[in-house]
Design a protein around this ligand. Structure first.
Ligand SMILES: Cc1cc2nc3c(=O)[nH]c(=O)nc-3n(C[C@H](O)[C@H](O)[C@H](O)COP(=O)(O)OP(=O)(O)OC[C@H]3O[C@@H](n4cnc5c(N)ncnc54)[C@H](O)[C@@H]3O)c2cc1C
Length: 427
């Protein structure tokens, strides 16, 4: 019999107000305290050493720019250096994937293959099932697995240890683990998740993998686990053909004034009301939770994303006296992301535009991932239905992503210039 799941420090509430409350509570600790304490995973009941804001930041109910501005209002750039740099890790992964989209498409194709292969390998199937059920016999790993399924969040260090044990101790394909995360993390993100798993596997920084050790886990979990079963003593980096590079896509940050249907989605719910296009007559959100994975995504993730999207649409509609046109599913009536879903979603967008008297549809820019794929499939249908579709990007992305094509440390060295260009932290 497995022990009961520990309780979260605070339950997840899907709203902008909750994100603001969490930010306000965390801000005093975002400076040197964060730098000193962030690596400790003291369990779900004790998360005060990290912000636990990722479910909100990932959906841009709270934006990176807002976080940076808030932290720099409270702390000096040097005092908050670590927290700022972690926010830029998110920016880095997003920007990097824009110029290396094959890392995502390869992962998706390999995931399908790994799932198919399970049918022919009963032993691997059993290990995979045990890993997801938290019954491998590796006590820390089992606890994180059940924490992930039960709370839809894991501490960063636990994610690193978990991925390392999944790949190198249990011998499971990294793609299956990345998919397990995508199905259960509220913050499940195509860039941060895929590229972090690749990093642990030794694919992202080629030849350099991450090995979880008993000592490191014991030290940073405060001795909560017995850690009796030995972990892999080596972590040979995986290998692959190199990922092709493409130019950064166009990131237009302004559009002319015209009667507009504004389309939000899981990658940008515009919680900050910033960078809205002019002339918004109606607002809706494209929902794509099921497109995260070929397998069923956690009902808690779907409910959280639905509630956040519904609230954002209402808030923007209220602020701009526009029509609330609700949620449009990108995967209804077909397999996730399939043609039937795109047909229905494309038609629904045309109908929403007509309902609010919009002469064009403006979509918040969607980076590489399931939402991008859904938009690419439904756009021709909306255009065939008579709609004009354009995208609008965030200045934050347009300014930061060009610095994310090389290593993280290149981006990190440009943080002061990026902040200055964006006018963040300048008083
Ligand atoms: C294997 C693995 C998978 C991951 N999958 C995801 C994912 O799907 N979605 C996701 O948002 N993050 C992912 N991360 C990164 C990181 O673990 C989480 O962003 C972080 O734990 C979120 O908790 P927090 O908000 O308390 O972070 P804090 O430590 O408070 O950091 C503040 C913010 O900075 C960003 N951030 C912090 N660390 C990282 C990081 N290493 N990489 C990218 N952004 C970071 C997040 O937006 C976070 O909300 C993954 C890391 C690993 C090792």
């Amino acid at each position: 019999m497995l022990p009961p799941l520990p309780k979260l420090e605070r339950p997840w509430i899907a709203s902008r107000a909750e994100a603001e409350r969490r930010l306000a509570a965390f801000l005093p600790r975002a400076g040197r305290d964060y730098a000193a304490q962030r690596n400790f995973d003291r369990g779900p009941a004790e998360r005060a050493n990290v912000s636990v804001l990722s479910p909100y930041v990932r959906h841009r109910v709270l934006t990176e720019a807002e976080l940076l501005a808030a932290v720099l209002e409270r702390h000096s750039p040097s005092g908050a250096e670590k927290f700022i740099s972690e926010i830029f890790w998110r920016t880095y992964w997003k920007g990097w994937l824009e110029t290396h989209p094959a890392a995502w498409t390869r992962y998706r194709a390999a995931l399908d293959e790994r799932l198919t292969e399970l049918a022919a390998s009963p032993a691997r199937r059993r290990t995979y099932a045990d890993a997801m059920a938290g019954s491998t016999g590796f006590d820390a790993f089992d606890s994180w697995s059940r924490e992930l399924v039960g709370t839809n969040y894991l501490h960063n260090h636990a994610r690193m240890w978990f991925a390392s044990i999944w790949i190198f101790t249990l011998g499971l394909p990294w793609e299956l683990g990345a998919d397990f995360f995508m199905r259960h993390l509220l913050d499940g993100d195509p860039a941060s998740n895929t590229l972090s798993w690749r990093w642990v596997a030794g694919l992202q920084t080629r030849g350099k993998s991450y090995r979880a050790t008993r000592d490191n886990i014991g030290r940073y979990t405060g001795g909560r686990f017995a850690l009796a079963r030995p972990l892999a003593a080596v972590a040979p980096a995986l290998d692959e053909p190199s990922i092709p590079i493409r130019a950064l896509p166009a990131l237009p940050t302004a559009v002319g004034a015209e009667a507009t249907l504004f389309v939000l989605h899981d990658d940008d719910l515009h919680g900050d009301l910033a960078d809205l296009p002019p002339g918004v007559r109606g607002v809706c959100a494209l929902r794509a939770t099921a497109c995260r994975s070929p397998l069923a995504v956690s009902a808690a993730v779907a409910a959280f994303e639905d509630a956040l999207a519904g609230e954002s649409v209402r808030r923007i509609a209220d602020a701009g006296s526009a029509v609330d046109l609700g949620l449009i599913s990108a995967d209804e009536g077909s397999e996730p992301g399939g043609a039937g879903g795109a047909q229905a979603a494309g038609r629904a967008l045309c109908a929403a535009a007509a309902a609010c008297g919009a002469t064009r549809i403006v979509v918040a820019f969607a980076p590489v991932g399931p939402v991008r794929e859904a938009i690419d499939s439904l756009r021709p249908i909306a255009v065939a239905g008579g709609a004009t579709c354009v995208e609008i990007a965030r200045r934050y992305d347009a300014v930061s992503w060009p610095a994310a094509t090389r290593g993280f440390f290149n981006l990190r060295s440009r943080i002061p210039a990026i902040l200055a260009e964006l006018g963040i932290g300048s008083g």
